[in-house]
Design a binder for this molecule. Sequence first.
Ligand SMILES: [Fe+2]
Length: 319
Amino acid sequence: MPSIEGIDRVTYGVEDIEACKRFFLDWGLRLVREPADGLDFESLNGCEIQIRKVDDPALRPATESGATVREVIWGMTSDIEALRPLLAGQPGFQDREGTLSCIDPSGVGVGFRKTRKRAIDVAGTPANSWGHVVRVDQPSTIYERAEPVEVGHVVFFTDTLAATTKFYEALGFHLSDRYPGRGHFLRCSPRGGHHDLFLLQTPDAKRGLNHVAFTVRDLHEVIGGGMHVARCGWETQLGPGRHPISSALFWYFKTPAGALVEYYTDEDVLTEKWQPRDFEPSPTMFAEWAIAGGIDGNTRRQKSVAAPEPGKFITEKRG
Ligand SMILES: [Fe+2]
């Protein structure tokens, strides 16, 4: 079976390149090239985030108007040739620069290449829980900002949930959990994080991007990173919070690159033994708990309760 490691590259088509430059620098990515036609960012392990103009003729077709993701390239640890028979008959098939790509049944560009990500020596802060003490004589980390390790998952709206799922399962993806008829959580290898791809079919049967999720090391980096992004003036969509499906801790922001981006950490890790579960979509199934409006980066307190004076904690006296 082909071995897909994870997401190697995400390409956005955007309207405002300068705003995306500010956003992703604040988000914690490294700007590694600034070609005439856009921006090339990398995460810590070399996962690539390309920013191009929405009307760049080199881009895959858009599934929606405005800024959105145009292509996702998956990295493989085995030979990509095993996937050629599955991709060659698909719409938009291309064999270029070591990447086999096409357009998936939801209209999104998808490709596979030998992974170009690097093995890196970073680790989250060990957490002491009852019965599992692993951090001794060592204070826990406080992050002033995040440096995402990689893009961990992508989420798209689809109007062809069954066909798109079948397409990815044929390539080696596995169903982790589902909202029957409404959403499928897929992981790109039998052993790994809960989902690398989530396909969402809403009653209005739209296509497009829901979010791109960046893996960070631990809860403290979700919080420190989120507060930094908030301090920079970017707007929280929801978070911090926790997903009951996947168990991950999250914080979602709106981005000029299109739809939402997410910091997340501590997702469930699954194996061949995992049995997919069925859930009914609901707000509490999406978030066990969450903070609306986020946390203010300066006051370090919840943002949506009675607004404090700038720079003051909400518990400080006014005047
Ligand atoms: Fe997510």
